[in-house]
Write a protein that binds this ligand. Structure first.
Ligand SMILES: Nc1ncnc2c1ncn2[C@@H]1O[C@H](COP(=O)(O)OP(=O)(O)O)[C@@H](O)[C@H]1O
Ligand SMILES: [Mg+2]
Length: 251
C-alpha cells in the first residue's frame, strides 16, 4: 500500500508517519519511507543518523532523463523497490528511507521538477502485498496542484482540533475530491477528549478514523533526539490501530 501524509505544518505529519512505519514493520511489512518535506527530518525520527548524506530523490531526474534519451520517451525505471538505485536509499531493519529534497531559489522558485520525479516514482512502483510506501508530504497543498498524490492508495490528512489546521485539512479534502481520490481519511492529532474529536468532525463533516493523543513519550523522544521506532505508549498503540484500519479499508 502507498500512503501519503498531508496537512498543515506542525500538525504531526512526520511524527505519525514515523509511528505508522513502526506499526507497519511490526505487522511484517517492508517499509519505504519517503521524506518529501523540503526541510527533511523524517530520517531522524526513524533513527537514521546519516540521512543528510543521502542523495536526494530529486536528483533522480538526471538519471531518468539519461535513460529516456537512451531508450525513448518512456523512461524505464524498474518498478520494484529493491531495484531502485542504492545511492538514493538508506536501509535498516526492513525499513528504507528516501529523501526528496528541494533546492529552491530564495524569493520564489518552484518545486515542480521535484514533484514530477516523486509522482513518477510513486506511480511506477509496484508493491507486493507485504510492502508499504509511506510519504511524508510537504506541508500545505502544493502536491495536490501537481497531482503528486494521485498514485497513492491512501491519503491521510492530519489535523489538530484548531481552526488553522482544520482550514488546511478542509482544503485538502476538497482538492482530493476534485482529483477523485477515494481513500482519503482524516487523522486527528493532539486530541484530548470527545469535545476535540467532535470539533474536528463538525468542522470537516467527517470523523477522524483514528485520533492520536498528546503523548509524553513522543515529546520526550523528540527532545532527546531518539527514534520514534522505540517509543511505546498511547500513540504507538494508535499507530497499530491505524495499520489495522488501512488493512481493512484498502482497494
Ligand atoms: N501526539 C503527539 N504528542 C506529543 N508531541 C507531538 C505529537 N504529535 C506531534 N508532536 C510534536 O509536535 C511537533 C511537530 O510535529 P511534526 O510531526 O514535526 O509536525 P509536521 O511534520 O506536521 O510539521 C514535534 O515536535 C513533535 O514531536
Ligand atoms: Mg514534518
Amino acid at each position: 500500500m502507498k500512503i501519503a501524509f498531508c496537512g498543515k505544518g506542525g500538525v504531526g505529519k512526520s511524527t505519525i508517519a514515523a509511528l505508522l512505519c513502526a506499526g507497519l514493520r511490526e505487522e511484517g511489512y517492508q517499509v519505504l519511507a519517503i521524506d518529501a518535506d523540503p526541510s527533511p527530518h523524517l530520517g531522524r525520527l526513524l533513527g537514521f543518523e546519516d540521512s543528510e548524506k543521502l542523495t536526494p530523490l530529486s536528483e533522480m531526474r538526471d538519471l531518468l532523463a539519461e535513460r529516456a534519451q537512451k531508450q525513448g520517451p518512456y523512461y524505464t525505471l524498474n518498478p520494484r523497490i529493491e531495484d531502485l538505485p542504492e545511492r538514493f536509499m538508506l536501509t535498516r531493519d526492513g525499513l528504507r528511507l528516501m529523501v526528496l529534497g528541494a533546492i529552491r531559489e530564495a524569493g520564489g522558485g518552484c518545486a515542480c521538477p521535484e514533484q514530477t520525479v516523486l509522482r513518477r516514482l510513486l506511480s511506477h512502483l509496484i508493491l507486493t502485498a507485504r510492502e508499504a510506501v509511506v510519504v511524508d508530504m510537504e506541508a500545505g497543498v502544493e502536491h495536490f496542484g501537481r497531482a503528486t498524490v494521485v498514485p497513492m492508495d491512501f491519503i491521510l490528512v492530519v489535523t489538530q482540533p484548531y481552526r488553522g489546521s482544520l482550514e488546511t485539512a478542509r482544503q485538502i479534502l476538497r482538492l482530493a475530491r476534485e482529483l477523485r481520490m477515494e481513500r482519503v481519511f482524516v487523522v486527528g492529532n493532539a486530541v484530548r477528549n470527545e469535545e476535540d474529536e467532535a470539533f474536528i468532525a463538525e468542522s470537516l463533516g467527517v470523523k477522524p478514523v483514528i485520533s492520536f493523543p498528546e503523548d509524553e513519550e513522543v515529546l520526550r523522544a523528540e527532545r532527546q533526539g531518539r527514534s520514534l521506532l522505540e517509543v511505546r505508549g498511547p500513540c504507538r498503540e494508535r499507530a497499530r490501530e491505524l495499520v489495522r484500519y488501512l488493512k481493512t479499508h484498502g482497494a
